[in-house]
Design a protein around this ligand. Structure first.
Ligand SMILES: O=C(O)CCC(=O)C(=O)O
Length: 279
């Protein structure tokens, strides 16, 4: 299931796709479940984006967050043994689970500007890891994930304003001209795993009529002692609660500078996220 190539790509590029980790009938059941939940009401943490105008498709399909706190299917998915096995292989130890999200991303929806997840989760020591399950086939037309291969080796970067015509979140990170940003083409049932330092995001869904739905879990290293306030309680993969401390609101971040004709990251100052803002 997890191949040597997956392990090597995770180490080298900071991400990898495990193909068909979830069966077509499971994917169908998740789609049906979340479309019903979306139709039936609104929930704490629903987010249709910064500057969403009246005609923004995300108004009808806001992102859901932390569903595992009130929805049993989401909790079971977050703790699924297949995801646990993959993450344990990549991290070398069992992780703690801290977040679920459901992106509907209907036709015409904006994407999410390139960012690093640990900017939000502020795991100490170490970093976080994401499991991103495609519920629809995804490609560049419906706004598939984009990753900057190798950026998992970078420190957290200082953010700048994002283009709100393209992104429903308002910050992004600057990249050097030679950054290797790649689209991640996936079929429904594939899971993209990626490191919390990896720069990633997505562009708008420019298709006429295709959703790009995804079920996402965020996890932190099993030796972490602190995580941002928004992510408590952390759960062990058997569902029991683990008590972790809050991590401080801000720390240092990096900026690109030119040195000897090359772009390198210099640690600058602190513009990291306020504890109440979350991915
Ligand atoms: O699905 C997307 O477009 C972005 C998701 C993301 O940034 C994440 O899972 O951390």
């Amino acid at each position: 299931m997890i191949s040597q190539a997956n392990i090597e790509q995770m180490e080298h590029d900071g991400y990898t796709v495990v193909r068909q980790l979830f069966a077509p009938e499971e994917v169908e059941a998740y789609k049906e479940h979340y479309m019903r939940l979306r139709r039936d009401g609104s929930y704490a943490g629903d987010f249709s984006g910064v500057a969403a105008g009246e005609t923004d498709p995300l108004k009808m399909y806001p992102r859901m967050i932390h569903m595992h706190r009130w929805d049993d299917l989401s909790l079971r998915w977050m703790l699924d043994p297949r995801i646990n096995r993959a993450l344990t292989t990549f991290l070398g130890q069992e992780p703690f689970a801290v977040q679920t999200m459901l992106y509907f991303k209907p036709a015409g929806a904006r994407g999410q500007a390139l960012h690093q997840d640990n900017y939000y989760l502020r795991v100490q020591p170490g970093t976080c890891m994401a499991a991103w399950l495609a519920l629809d086939d995804c490609d560049e037309h419906n706004g598939c994930m984009q990753v900057a291969a190798g950026s998992h080796a970078w420190p957290l970067l200082c953010t700048v304003d994002a283009d709100l015509n393209q992104s429903f979140t308002d910050v992004t990170v600057p990249l050097p001209a030679d950054a290797d940003v790649r689209p991640v083409l996936m079929q429904a049932g594939d899971v993209l795993f990626f490191n919390g330092q990896l720069v990633h995001g997505s562009y708008p869904n420019s298709s006429q009529d295709r959703f790009r739905r995804s079920l996402i879990g965020h996890y932190i290293q099993g030796d972490a002692e602190q995580v941002g306030r928004w992510y408590h309680p952390a759960l062990r993969m058997d569902g029991s609660v683990v008590a972790l401390d809050d991590s401080p609101d801000s720390s240092q971040c990096g900026v690109w500078v030119e040195r000897n004709g090359e772009q390198v990251i210099e640690i600058a100052g602190a513009n990291l996220v306020d504890a109440d803002i979350h991915d």
